[in-house]
Design a protein around this ligand. Structure first.
Ligand code: ZN
Length: 470
């Protein structure tokens, strides 16, 4: 089936066709490591992790590039506030971010590119913009993009450049010719970290690092740029203005994908509102796979309201899925040849295969894809009650395993350690059954109590006693 993606640039769903055969170049705006990453970051990066995973599942060779804004105004503010070195600040929050991403199984990025590793490329791009008359050097040695020279504003956002006037995150600056002009290069102020340039010591502006990094790796045009919706304007308009003025190639990016906002209790998340959820704190309240499930159980373009009750609901739903998968795994291990539930389970598996991929092909609709997984698990539970054989159970598990290569939130059953643990638990449950048969209730009760203490509960089924995670 053809994958369709909603393109912010054309404001409609389009068939996804890469520029160069099977190769997909994908860039997503990265973090500024000057504070803890929050749940809003997690929403965006989980969404694009699934985008990369799904494109790879479809057979595309994806190169997923994410920048790291390791020098920016907010890092300098943090330096001034704390007296710490910028490298020290960046390395602390970068390590924390990496830990959060690993916990959430966001592992599809090929390269994290740090802005300060691309100073020569940034300088070269600014020189090119100056040479073409799209930029000017201010008296203080800063370089600004001349917004009056570029005539194609608003392609992506539908916003006019006037929106960049004071009040819209732009401070009046005597160095600028027009208030909407934005800095490509910021001249050094006392105490600030700085790099050499033809205009004196300074540091790059925020927008230019993305285009310098992406054009360096991908060339003047690439397939897919992702980010959160709040970056459409002005950040991504500025990227387009820089890149298209610099290279003369349009469109700079073929498909722009934007994720909906994360709200907290119906409001935008802000430290000043006291509703800020750092990712590391959210991961103390929810297991990483529960949080990942919660974030994916909505379409990526929809906003999500992060609330305790919403998280509880997601957790309960997640556990139904997880328990269904583990019951199927137990049935596959039990190894009956066949059962009365087989035909129903095979039919449900085929339906789920059709529904899951139809949903993913429809603009990566993870919410509908997950609904397909729930339908399969519900059918599996009915089939398990009737009794299923190993073949039908494995058929369903293969499908669920494939879905999870994309969504990546189910407990991992495979792998050496997983198999070892599963075998050990099965063996312990068998020992308890033997003890019960000999009426050695002291031992059988002790086993049940100890398993319970590590979160494993036992339940009677018509095929005997089974363990499952609480
Ligand atoms: Zn960016």
């Amino acid at each position: 089936m053809v994958l369709r993606i909603y393109n912010t640039l054309t404001r409609r769903k389009e068939d996804f066709v890469p520029l160069h055969g099977n190769r997909v170049s994908m860039f997503v705006c990265g973090i500024t490591p000057q504070d803890s990453a929050h749940v809003g970051h997690a929403k965006t990066y989980v969404a694009f992790d699934v985008v990369a995973r799904y494109l790879r599942h479809k057979g595309y060779a994806v190169f997923y590039l994410q920048n790291v804004t390791d020098m920016e105004d907010r890092i300098i503010e943090k330096m001034e506030k704390t007296g710490r070195d910028w490298k020290d600040i960046v390395s602390q929050y970068w390590a924390e971010f990496q830990e959060g991403m690993a916990a959430l199984r966001c592992d599809s990025v090929n390269l994290y590119a740090r802005a300060t590793d691309y100073i020569p490329e940034i300088v070269a791009q600014i020189r090119g913009l100056l040479a073409k008359g799209y930029a000017y050097v201010a008296p203080d040695g800063s370089v600004y993009y001349d917004t009056t020279k570029y005539t194609d504003w608003g392609k992506l956002s539908g916003q006019k450049i006037e929106k960049l006037l004071p009040g819209a995150r732009v401070t009046p600056d005597p160095n600028k010719r027009t208030p909407a002009d934005f800095a490509l290069w910021k001249a050094q102020k006392p105490g600030e970290p700085a790099w050499d340039s033809p205009w004196g010591k300074g540091r790059p502006g925020w927008h230019i690092e993305d285009t310098a990094i992406s054009i360096h790796h991908f060339g003047p045009q690439y397939d897919l740029h992702g980010s959160a919706v709040e970056h459409v304007f002005p950040h991504h308009e500025a990227e387009i203005a820089q890149a298209e003025a610099f290279t003369g190639v349009t469109p700079f990016v073929k498909v722009w994908m934007h994720t909906g906002m994360l709200m907290v209790g119906g409001e935008e998340m802000h430290k000043s509102l006291g509703n800020f959820w750092a990712l590391k704190d959210a991961l103390k309240v929810a297991a990483p796979e529960e949080l990942r499930f919660f974030l994916l159980n909505a379409h990526y373009r929809s906003p999500i309201d992060y609330t305790a009750s919403g998280l509880d609901e997601a957790r309960a739903a997640y556990r139904r899925l997880r328990d269904g998968v583990e019951s199927l795994r137990a049935a596959a291990r039990a190894g009956k040849e066949s059962g009365p539930g087989d035909a129903g389970l095979r039919k449900a598996t085929d339906d789920a295969n059709r529904d899951f991929f139809a949903a993913m092909d429809d603009d990566m609709n993870t919410r509908e894809a997950i609904a397909g997984m729930f339908a399969l698990v519900a059918a599996a539970n009915r089939a398990l009650d009737a009794g299923v054989g190993r073949g039908a159970a494995e058929h369903a598990l293969v499908a669920l395993g494939t879905f999870d290569e994309i969504l990546a939130f189910l407990p991992r059953g495979g792998g050496e350690t997983g198999r070892l643990l599963t075998g050990l638990l099965d063996f312990i449950v068998q020992l308890r059954e033997d003890a019960r048969k000999r009426k050695d209730f002291a031992v059988s009760d002790a086993i049940r109590t100890n398993l319970s203490a590590i979160g494993v509960v036992l339940e009677d089924t018509k095929d005997g006693v089974r363990w499952k995670r609480r």
